[in-house]
Write a protein that binds this ligand. Structure first.
Ligand SMILES: *Cc1c(COP(=O)(O)O)cnc(C)c1O
Length: 378
């Protein structure tokens, strides 16, 4: 029997759930016509900061631009080493390079998939011994919705004098030790790309900080380095502003965000229970909750992922691979890598497989996904 295909992400169903609030918010923007940095953007900044307990939030044009603004504020550039996991989305490595800094790739934990603090310490020691680059910053990526090992990362960063950036692009809404992510590093960035845990209908991002001076600096940098008046240019900045329409969409989505996080958690638990003895399920970071942007399993060693994906597709079960190639092996970044093997990242790239996890999956669909995965790997 062929099943109707399950969407990997169902933005249409979600839109129907928030239709009234969404329309009201969008009409508000169409009425005042302040399309960029309008009142919705300021309201969103307040809501996002309150939600995660941060003192300041600066809404920007994307998660990538958020990283760039945070790094420009620290003057990170030529001669600086920026440590980051090899197993992440390309944007994490791209920004240091755009600013003239050098990404130094670190391996990840084989169970949680998060940056490995022990390997980070090794990589910092190697850079110091090489005397060519100055260790300057570490980007802890909260991968797939879960928190990186922030206590360990912060210990190392404090000892080494590194700036810490929490790349929370996939994990806004997650908690660590009972507190939402947003204040655990020197700066935290979020992305509102449509497929993230909180997604706009276009690009968007945010930067969170506890420092008043950084809040002011981020606001200046996002608008071409402007001063107190629009045509006073104090520094080299960029166009990193957020659209009011995106803020309006995000404000509408925030009304259901907590509920959505709970539903995703329920689905993750079902996957854990039903799949745990057939595949490797993602290990939970201790004392944390996940935003479950992505639920990735590891297929048995030696299994053909292509074959499993094809069998699942026949059953109407879509899958995705984050990430088929670690960053240090990408054509664009290979030349910036010192050749150190990163065996965990390389192995994950071959075995990992993401299943649908979104709040509009029905119980019957989740059941069908579990049955199909068990059959496909069996
Ligand atoms: C999505 C993502 C980004 C970039 O966010 P954009 O809003 O797409 O620019 C950065 N880092 C990670 C880990 C991401 O997943």
């Amino acid at each position: 029997m062929t099943q109707p295909a399950i969407p990997f992400l169902d933005l249409k169903a979600q839109q129907a759930r928030i239709a009234t609030e969404l329309r009201r918010r969008l009409d508000g923007v169409l009425a005042h016509c302040q399309f960029i940095l309008g009142p919705e953007v300021a309201e969103l900044e307040h809501e996002l900061a309150t939600f995660c307990g941060a003192t300041h939030c600066v809404a920007v044009s994307s998660g990538t631009d958020a990283i760039q603004i945070a790094f420009m504020a620290e003057g990170i550039g030529r001669g600086d080493a920026v440590f980051l996991p090899a197993f992440t989305y390309t944007a994490t490595a791209e920004v240091p390079l755009v600013l003239g800094a050098t990404p130094v790739f670190v391996d990840v934990d084989p169970r949680t998939f998060q940056i490995d603090p022990a390997h980070l310490a090794d990589r910092i020691a190697a850079v110091r011994a090489g005397r060519k680059l100055r260790p300057r910053a570490v980007i802890g990526v909260d991968l797939f919705g879960q928190a990186a090992d922030w206590p360990a990362l912060n210990d190392i960063a404090a000892r080494e004098g590194l700036f810490t950036l929490d790349d929370c692009a996939q994990s806004y809404g997650a908690t660590l030790h009972g507190k939402p992510l947003g204040t655990v590093a020197d700066a935290t960035i979020a992305s509102f790309f449509p497929s993230k845990s909180l997604g706009a209908y276009g690009d968007g991002g945010a930067i969170f900080t506890e420092r008043d001076d950084r809040d002011a600096l981020y606001r200046s940098l996002r608008t071409h380095g402007e001063g107190t008046t629009r045509y006073e240019v104090l520094r080299t900045g960029m166009n990193g502003r957020m659209d009011s329409l995106q803020a309006a969409v995000l404000l509408a989505k925030l009304t259901v965000f907590r509920d959505e996080l709970e539903i995703r958690e329920r689905i993750a638990r079902t996957y854990d229970q039903r799949l745990g003895n057939a595949v490797v399920i993602p290990a939970r970071v201790p004392d944390s909750t996940s935003a479950w942007a992505i639920y990735s399993i590891l297929l048995p060693e030696g299994a053909s992922r292509d074959a499993v994906q094809a069998r699942l597709k026949e059953q109407g079960v879509p899958t995705a691979v984050y990430y088929p190639r670690p960053l240090h092996l990408q054509p664009a970044y290979r030349e910036h890598h010192d050749g150190t093997p990163l065996p965990v990242s390389e192995s994950l790239a071959h075995r990992i497989l993401a299943l649908p996890i979104h709040p509009d999956l029905s119980e019957a669909q989740v059941d069908h996904i579990c049955t199909s995965v068990r059959a496909a790997v069996g």
